[in-house]
Design a protein around this ligand. Structure first.
Ligand code: NAP
Length: 318
């Protein structure tokens, strides 16, 4: 089969479409013939040499795919050849075929094209597990989402609105502000012009900036608030004012999805299928696709992501 190899750490040009060995299918695996994959910020870090795939994962980039099941391992009863599926991966999505533990495989939600379903697993599992399972966001509460125009942000806005939250989000341009309002955001803050911490009181914050926003995020939390950090785009080390946290009886969480054991990913995946897929099927939450790029030209898709102009997901299609 062919896959995108990272020939050395570097810019988008290090992504090359090569002939590589077929993946081996273990007892608990599902082999998927890939229709599409999607680009995530983590793939850029992996390309640059800053994010090794977890042990046992494919060396090729790609944290999600959609496609058709062509083979299943001896222990797999949940899926069969011919099923149209999408899947959360530890790696290997930028390839013609990928083997993945059955626990990480999902049906394609009703009403979503197989190709577009490639842009759902990573955002759905990340947003559901962090905002709802960890952050316990409830109807009527306020959610602050940093980076509302990102792949993660566009999904989080729609899901939180569909479940009755008040949504505030940050973006870096007026054009992006307009797009996130269209997706349902109630309040939008241009972080280049205003300090979000002066404007928001949130029950839950979904943060992708880490150190740079830690103090502001703690300031923006309501009493009993929950800050969930999932990205470190603004650095990993900062001072935490425990006094402020204590006075608000607030909490800070930080999680990563990719490195979790298969069983933990399986719990999240099943919870997404039960709770999120019906909302996608009903049209309340939709994939937000910015562009579709041929998989062999993944370098072009990475250039697009690096430019920061995208809103939503960039797909890699075969
Ligand atoms: N922990 C996990 O398990 C997990 C899983 C998935 C993703 N993530 C993280 O989630 C983040 C989003 O991922 P993605 O793939 O959706 O990336 P993406 O589409 O490339 O989005 C990155 C976003 O960062 C925003 N941003 C940059 N500087 C900002 C600032 N100062 N304030 C607020 N927003 C700012 C950009 O918004 P503007 O263009 O408007 O500036 C852009 O929308 C990444 O940090 C990624 O590592 C974590």
């Amino acid at each position: 089969m062919r896959a995108i190899e990272i020939v050395k750490p570097g810019g988008p040009e290090v992504l090359e479409w090569h002939e590589v060995p077929e993946p081996s299918v273990e007892r608990g695996d599902v082999l998927i013939d890939t229709t599409a994959s999607a680009v995530n910020r983590a793939d850029v870090l992996q390309r640059m040499g800053f994010y090794e795939p977890p042990p046992g994962s494919s060396p090729y980039p790609g944290l999600e795919v959609s496609g058709v099941v062509t083979e299943v391992g001896a222990d797999v009863e949940q899926f069969k050849p011919g099923d149209e599926v999408c899947a959360l991966l530890g790696g290997g999505g930028y390839a013609e075929r990928v083997a993945v533990p059955w626990q990480q495989v999902m049906p394609v939600p009703e009403g979503v094209a197989l190709r577009e379903a490639a842009g759902l697993p990573e955002v759905a599992c990340t947003v559901w597990s962090n905002v709802f399972m960890v952050g316990r966001l409830r109807r009527g509460e306020t959610l602050l989402i940093h980076g509302g125009a990102s792949g993660i942000g566009t999904f989080a806005i729609q899901l939180a609105k569909a479940l009755g939250a008040h949504v505030v989000t940050t973006v870096g341009s007026d054009a992006k502000a307009e797009r996130v309002r269209e997706l349902g955001a109630d309040e939008v803050i241009n972080y280049r012009e205003e300090d979000f911490a002066d404007k928001v009181h949130a029950d839950v914050i979904l943060d992708i900036m880490g150190a740079k926003y830690l103090a502001g995020n703690v300031r923006a939390l309501k009493t009993g608030g929950r800050l969930v950090v999932i990205g470190l785009q603004g650095g990993r080390t900062a001072e935490l004012d425990l006094g402020a946290l204590l006075a608000k009886r607030a909490s800070v969480h930080a999680t990563a999805l990719r490195s979790r054991p298969v069983d933990e990913k399986g719990v999240i995946v099943r919870s997404v299928v039960d709770n999120v897929w019906p909302l996608v099927g009903a049209g309340a939450v939709r994939p937000v696709i910015y562009a579709e790029v041929p998989m062999a030209e993944a370098a072009e898709a990475h250039r697009m992501l690096d430019s920061g102009e995208h809103v939503g997901k960039i797909l890699l299609v075969r």
